[in-house]
Ligand binder design. Structure first.
Ligand SMILES: *Cc1c(COP(=O)(O)O)cnc(C)c1O
Length: 439
């Protein structure tokens, strides 16, 4: 790996020009601090619009529900809602967050393994799209339906089925069996439908099939096919939507190796072709729901940090920066991130070598770059990491340092999307209310 091979991670989404130069980064690190994140609004909008076109040009009934947990930065969610995205939430807290951004309950898809009765009541009252995950949720829905005898209560089910091909599971981390949803093979799915249909005013209207997989086209073909098959078999008179979940790839950086990821168009073609073939001839024309997270936001966020020191310990070179691996890949995934060296120095004369880029924490494993090769960074230079929009900003404990500020870079200028944290935000003091033990 060498830095030149990584170059181009931070190109303007429209003009294709390099986005960063030393002076600009210098300015913003003086305004706030270094390190900081940059959200590229144009890239975000472009991703959304391309995905929307890819699907809606092939299938006319579409909902794109953005997966909040991937990155619920208010600026980012609001931008996607302006473009027409629904909110896909997996907790009551995220549900409330979506509402606080002005999203109508009808435009919320409520998933996730933990929904309490009060959450289910709230969502059904608001007519959100609710997908149940396990049997413990069913009594809440039945009680709700009983209390609202005049109301048609619509519900969806998350489905679980075997995706392995020739004994090989496509699930992430090598899991053989997913923990989510109602299992088809052991009859649980059928039982759930039966239990719900005991209530005359409950209708199972949708099926949800999100899986964390290798993101291949073949897997989407399998998922869509199985959902369509189950819909025909069990929901013929009531089907309103097929929800294939998220888990697609966006554009991959060169640093991830020469992996060719399917494009939005490829996914859209595969999924909608199956829908058209397996449902339309049977008189079924449901809404297609997709729940993208990573594929919309990963490449829309960059992280800028500053080189503080370069040292050598017994022949091994360490470049210390004021950021941490927690800022760029808190999930500790194995892929080397794209990174650019931004410096005001002329090239050519710098020494070239091998080095690790390490962060501010006291942990040995705090590596932002392992075995980088190329032009040696110098104190005062900036490193800008690309592809850090997903499962980073929301996945990061305030550990040792405050969470970095975020600026959003739009076509007409820059807005602060998250301020630099204060000491109290970093570590809030409780009010220390005293409660005596009960007698
Ligand atoms: C996490 C999640 C998504 C988004 O997944 P990505 O891999 O980020 O696209 C969508 N739906 C559900 C139910 C999820 O849990």
């Amino acid at each position: 790996m060498s830095f030149p091979a990584y170059k181009g991670c931070c190109k303007d989404a429209v003009k294709g020009e390099d986005m960063y130069e030393q002076g600009w980064l210098e300015h913003w690190s003086e305004q706030f601090q270094s390190p900081f994140y940059v959200l590229d609004d144009k890239r975000l909008v472009d991703n959304y619009q391309r995905m929307e076109r890819a699907f809606s040009s092939r299938y006319d009934r579409l909902i794109i529900a953005y997966s909040y947990k991937t990155n619920y930065l208010p600026h980012l969610c609001r931008k996607l809602h302006e473009l027409g995205a629904y909110a896909e939430v997996v907790s009551r807290l995220e549900y409330d967050l979506a509402q606080s951004f002005g999203v109508q309950p009808k435009q919320i898809v409520f998933n996730g393994p933990l929904k309490r009765e009060e959450d289910i009541i709230l969502a059904l009252d608001g007519e959100a799209i609710v997908n149940l995950d396990s049997f413990s949720e069913i009594p809440s829905v039945i009680r709700y339906a009983k209390r609202h005898g005049q109301k048609e209560v619509k519900i969806g089910l998350r489905v679980n089925f075997d995706l392995s091909v020739n004994g090989e599971s496509p699930l992430q981390n090598g899991y053989e069996v997913s923990r989510f949803g109602f299992c088809v093979e052991n009859g649980n799915f059928e039982r759930a439908i039966r239990e719900l249909s005991q209530s005359p005013n409950i209708r199972v209207v949708g099926l949800h099939g999100h899986f964390s997989t290798n993101r291949s086209l073949g897997v989407y073909e399998q998922i869509t096919q199985e959902l369509c098959f189950l819909a025909r078999e069990y929901l013929k008179g009531s089907l309103e939507y097929i929800d294939v979940g998220g888990g697609m790839y966006g554009e991959l950086p060169a640093s991830f190796g020469n992996k060719i990821a399917p494009s939005y168009e490829d996914y859209a073609e595969m999924i909608t072709a199956v829908m058209k073939k397996e449902l339309l001839p049977y008189g079924l024309h449901p809404v297609l729901i997709v729940e993208p997270g990573i594929s919309l936001v990963a490449d829309a966020v960059h992280f800028a940090c500053r080189v503080v020191d370069v040292k050598e310990n017994r022949g091994v070179r360490f470049v210390l920066v004021d950021g941490s691996v927690h800022n760029v890949k808190p999930t500790m995934h194995k892929h080397p991130l794209p990174v650019e060296l931004i410096t005001a120095r002329e090239d050519d004369h710098d020494p070239v070598g091998t080095y690790h880029v390490v962060g501010y924490t006291c942990m040995e494993k705090d590596y932002l770059v392992e075995n980088g090769r190329g032009r040696l960074p110098q104190p005062g230079d900036f490193l800008v990491f690309g592809h850090v929009g997903a499962y980073t900003i929301v996945f990061q404990p305030p550990f040792i340092q405050a969470r970095p500020p975020i600026i959003a870079f739009g076509p007409r200028g820059v807005v602060v999307a998250r301020e630099k944290e204060t000491l109290d935000q970093f570590c809030p003091e409780p009010s220390y209310q005293f409660t005596p033990f009960r007698e």
